[in-house]
Design a protein around this ligand. Structure first.
Ligand SMILES: Nc1nc2c(ncn2[C@@H]2O[C@H](COP(=O)(O)OP(=O)(O)O)[C@@H](O)[C@H]2O)c(=O)[nH]1
Ligand SMILES: [Mg+2]
Length: 222
């Protein structure tokens, strides 16, 4: 059976990370797996809680995208999954993300806009921005995505190697989608339901990160 690597970027998630790791372990019992937390030098107890819960912890100080890239390259599994620490991704959906790669896809992307998907954590402005960006990416790159800025996804080792990701911040998911399409990887979208962040504040800032995402979309045209 495939070995699974779960990569979780964290910044001050002490109230979420312990439960998130325990839930992942519950769902993946019976699988071979590792959990890698990539911490952006949290000022709270995120790191000690993550270690105690059984995760391997590495560090990256340059943003969510940078942390994900580092974690994905440190991963040993044949299936690599990116997941948030804030309990907004349902651990039960891990099995669908695993099945997508086992079925032969290189990138399996959670979508909140497929039947069966949804979000309790998306203010109107983000829904609108996401829609516009999805349309723009599909128009410019010839893809058929239904969602863009959502971080619950799985990758084959080949995808991690070939994507050659660079984006350090919240543009990372956009860059993944664009480069997966440009590199002609086999892409599958699966429905995903995003729950509200369990505790604490989200770090994404709609306007500045929206601008960053737009720059990511335009930068990759060539
Ligand atoms: N390592 C690292 N993780 C981050 C950073 N910013 C956010 N994260 C983590 O990335 C995940 C998604 O961030 P979140 O703030 O929930 O974004 P939102 O759901 O889009 O509002 C969470 O697990 C955060 O702890 C960062 O600068 N560095
Ligand atoms: Mg979140």
């Amino acid at each position: 059976m495939s070995r699974i690597s779960i990569v979780i970027p964290t910044l001050n998630e002490e109230r979420n990370i312990g439960t998130a790791i325990r839930e992942v372990k519950r769902v993946l019992s019976g699988y071979g797996y590792e959990i890698i937390v990539v911490d952006g030098h949290s000022r709270d107890s995120t790191v000690s809680i993550a270690k105690k819960a059984g995760a391997k912890v590495i560090y990256d100080n340059y943003g969510k995208g940078s942390a994900l890239i580092k974690g994905m390259h440190a991963a040993n599994g044949s299936i690599i999954i990116s997941m948030d620490a804030d309990m907004s991704n349902k651990p039960e959906e891990l099995k669908l993300l695993i099945a997508g790669i086992e079925a032969g896809y290189d990138v399996c992307v959670g979508s909140r806009f497929l039947v069966g998907g949804g979000s309790d954590d998306m203010p109107l402005i983000r829904k609108f921005g996401n829609k516009v960006f999805v349309m723009l990416v599909n128009l410019l790159y010839g893809s058929r995505y239904t969602d863009l800025c959502y971080g619950y996804r799985s990758f084959s080792r080949k995808a991690v190697k070939e994507l050659k990701l660079k984006e350090k911040g919240f543009g990372i998911e956009t860059e993944m989608n664009i480069l997966a399409q440009k590199r002609r990887l086999k892409i599958l979208e699966v429905p995903s339901y995003e729950k509200k962040r369990a505790n604490g504040e989200g770090k994404l800032r709609s306007l500045s990160d929206g601008w960053r995402i737009l720059k990511t979309i335009l930068r990759n045209i060539s």
